[in-house]
Design a protein around this ligand. Structure first.
Ligand code: ADP
Length: 400
């Protein structure tokens, strides 16, 4: 069976066609500038990239173009689109409405849209992707897999904020958490790798990419996570500020003479390691600048590692210690210096990494970088959110 995984953003659409027998990627690609001029599809299959410049006024044209590419005689991988057994869609927000992946019936689509106020940019785009696929492939099952549902197991004390309880009751203001498919994937991979299935386990998963979040996962269940009501909370990220004293927003608005939307934009797009360094949101650029003596680039890296370390410590307190620390995503999988700085001085928790193993380059496989005898296993695990979505899609679409 083959599953098509779709991740639709406001002006982009990423896809992967996955062979569920081998769990390998048959083809993948990206539509950019949907609804803007100069839209382009970059399609990769059989080791070759094909670039197709064609207008995509809406997600529907984008989906049609993707399907055309998949069945193309020249660069396609399918004889017909009937070979696609089901389509899995990444949906950002489940609110408190859903507890796991769902069939995208008309009723569920409406329920997802009713959660738009929690993710105003992403949710409508995700649903536009679902609707476009349903139009073009009316007989193929569509499944939605949420970023948030892995965090549903957090206890109340982890998700209720210290503001009047009515804000939760009336407006559902609470911690939701994001990157759930990634935290779920890497924590379950760690459990398998360490042979901890069915046993007690305390794992801290660090998803460190452009956006970053850290989760406490006890016995396979999320106990707490650093992202919060929106993906702006937690550690400072590429361009996002992370946790901030809320009074700063009003202060900033007065100083910058700006409205609330501009202040939030400042925190979302101009902050994080980009804002601190003034150099870049990309950790490779920051390392390069720092090695040339740029103090602010080094400071941005230090702040990032320090913030991640603080979460590792606090989640160890939450779970009564840790057995395993996992690094994943672009920075977590590739940046040895960030890993080293996060783990520095965590010997008291039993975290000790082997510098040589840590310095080896990413080979796309699980790597144990802990010192022989380290009480805590430190693992680098490549994340695979698309595979999680594809597996869930198959399970929901063909549930008996
Ligand atoms: P996203 O959150 O967009 O999914 P990724 O998980 O792909 O992001 O992470 C992207 C980030 O990973 C880049 O911004 C870059 O900072 C970082 N990154 C990628 N490769 C490396 C590398 N070799 N060394 C350090 N950082 C890297």
């Amino acid at each position: 069976m083959k599953v098509l995984v779709i991740n639709a953003g406001s002006s982009s659409l990423k896809y992967q066609l996955i062979d569920m027998e081998t769990e390998g990627v048959i083809a993948k690609g990206l539509c950019e500038r949907i609804g803007i001029d100069k839209s382009v599809l970059k399609h990769k299959a059989n080791g070759k990239e094909t670039v197709i410049n064609q207008d995509m006024p809406t997600h529907q044209e984008a989906i049609k173009l993707v399907l055309d590419a998949l069945v193309s005689k020249e660069y396609g991988v399918l004889n017909s689109m009937d070979e696609i057994s089901a389509v899995g869609h990444r949906i950002v927000h489940s609110g408190e409405v859903f507890s796991g992946p769902i069939l995208m019936t008309d009723e569920n689509i409406e329920k997802c849209l009713s959660l738009t106020e929690f993710a105003p940019l992403h949710q409508p785009a995700n649903i536009a992707g679902v609707k476009a696929c349903k139009q073009v492939m009316p007989n193929t099952p569509m499944v939605g897999v949420f970023d948030t549902t892995f965090h549903n197991t957090m206890p109340e004390e982890a998700y209720i904020f210290g503001i009047p309880y009515e804000a939760y009751e009336n407006y559902k203001i609470r911690r939701y958490g994001f990157h759930g498919t990634s935290h779920r994937f890497v924590s379950s991979e760690a459990i398998k790798y360490l042979g901890l299935e069915g046993k007690n386990s305390k794992i801290v998963t660090c998803h460190l990419g452009n956006g970053s979040s850290i989760s406490a996962v006890k016995d396979g269940k999320c106990m707490d996570t650093s992202m919060s009501f929106t993906p702006l909370g937690g550690v400072p990220m590429g361009t996002r500020c992370g946790d901030l004293d809320p009074a700063i927003i009003e202060f900033l608005m007065k100083k910058l003479d700006c409205d609330i939307a501009s202040a939030i934009n400042y925190c979302n797009k101009k902050s994080g390691v980009l804002g601190v360094s003034g150099v870049s949101s990309d950790f490779r650029d920051l390392s390069a600048a720092s090695s040339e003596g740029n103090h602010r680039a080094q400071l941005a890296l230090d702040i990032f590692a320090y913030s991640v370390k603080k979460y590792v410590g606090s989640y160890s307190a939450v779970m009564g210690g840790i057995d395993c620390l996992v690094f994943t995503a672009g920075v977590g999988e590739n940046d040895k210096t960030i890993r080293k700085e996060v783990c520095k001085d965590l010997g008291y928790l039993g975290v000790e990494i082997d510098e040589e193993l840590n310095a080896q380059s990413n080979n796309g496989k699980i790597r144990d970088i802990s010192k022989a005898g380290s009480k805590v296993k430190v693992l680098v695990i490549p994340t695979n959110e698309e595979l999680v979505i594809a597996r869930d899609t198959l399970a929901v679409a063909f549930a008996k």
